[in-house]
Design a binder for this molecule. Structure first.
Ligand SMILES: *Cc1c(COP(=O)(O)O)cnc(C)c1O
Length: 339
């Protein structure tokens, strides 16, 4: 069956670069949501631990439980637990949800500074503190998320300004409510790579660690190395004559006789079907016809084929982003760690 390789050296190289920008590996919170961006949750958690990463960010309680033994701190972005947990922190995305968390839960407030997706409004901070106190939750941090760190410098600046104000307000409220000192964080990968002198308590880094960041253009970004590759195995070989067609819809027609291999990686495995008829592998091998559920045909007779070693290449062919390419990869594909 098609399989995935994970290059540990590349991953560690990326973490070295990120740790330099964040001034220490203890400031990195590795984002492992969605099966670690398709890389494999357990595999990436284990490698991160080996490198010395102590913090992780996931979406769900279920993911947090799977990686609980690998980290000291885990932030859950969008889930509400049944019981409080020593290691796991939960995000408050909305004032109305505060009462749903069990007493004693460690929580972090997400504040909307301009993305207008999740998070309480900037002027709801006091109300959030009141509700947290009333329900006996333990507030540890206040954070925000950037919408345009890689695209629009003005919006990025404005969100930074808004968050600076939130920090001031939160420090005042923390004293007033007699709470412990709060932590603050706002950077995703793009924001961290745009920030000159990083000074927050941690950065939530996903795509940069996986080596598939597109922007911002900088020397550091260019030194990142893609961690994940996909290989497919040949199921059958066929000799085509001029005029023979390949696959559903007969959309590829051979203009001369050739050998075509059919490989076991299709859209059911996460090969975006829009790449049909228009993708060329890193070794220059052409994809022929439409991608099927479990198969795709290439102008190759090799027993095994490298489909891609950098999700950005597929993203280009599919007019999407590396995040979608990676998270489309199914969890049942075998992951092999290359030492
Ligand atoms: C996914 C996510 C991140 C990581 O973003 P990258 O661009 O992959 O670094 C950080 N913070 C939050 C809240 C996220 O949802």
């Amino acid at each position: 069956m098609a399989y995935i390789t994970l290059d540990k050296k590349h991953f560690f190289n990326n973490l070295d670069i990120i740790a330099k920008l964040s001034y220490g590996k203890d400031k990195i919170a590795l984002v492992l949501k969605d099966n670690a961006y398709g890389h494999g949750l357990r595999e990436m958690a284990q490698m991160a631990q080996e490198y010395g990463i102590t913090k992780a960010v996931v979406r769900l309680q279920e993911e947090a439980e799977i990686v609980a033994d690998f980290f000291d701190y885990i932030l859950v972005l969008a889930d509400i637990p049944e019981d409080a947990n020593e290691k796991i922190r939960y995000t408050i995305n909305d004032l109305a949800n505060i009462e749903k968390f069990p007493k004693g839960t460690k929580v972090e407030i997400k504040v909307n500074t301009g993305m207008n997706r999740n998070g309480i409004e900037m002027d709801e901070l006091r109300e959030a503190f009141e509700a947290i106190k009333k329900h006996g939750l333990q507030l540890e941090a206040v954070f925000t998320h950037h919408s345009c760190a890689d695209e629009d410098a003005c919006v990025f600046e404005q969100q930074n300004k808004n968050f600076a104000k939130i920090k001031e307000d939160a420090r005042v409220l923390q004293k007033e409510f007699g709470m412990e000192k709060l932590r603050f964080h706002s950077c995703n990968s793009a924001a961290l790579f745009q920030t000159k002198h990083f000074s927050e308590d941690m950065a939530r880094v996903g795509i940069a660690a996986y080596g598939c960041m597109e922007l911002p253009q900088s020397q550091e970004v260019q030194q990142l190395q893609s961690v994940l590759s996909v290989y497919a195995k040949k199921i059958s070989t066929r000799h085509l004559h001029e005029g023979d067609c390949v696959g559903y819809g007969a959309s590829y027609k051979a203009d001369k006789s050739c050998i075509v291999g059919n490989y076991d990686f299709g859209y059911g495995d996460g090969f975006l079907r829009i790449c049909s008829n228009q993708y060329v592998t890193p070794q220059g091998i052409k994809l022929l016809g439409r991608i099927s559920m479990d198969n795709s045909s290439f102008l190759s007779d090799d027993r095994e084929l490298l489909i891609f070693d950098d999700a950005r290449e597929i993203a280009k062919a599919a007019q999407t982003i590396s995040y979608e390419v990676l998270t489309s990869l199914k969890a049942n594909l075998k992951r092999v760690v290359l030492e």
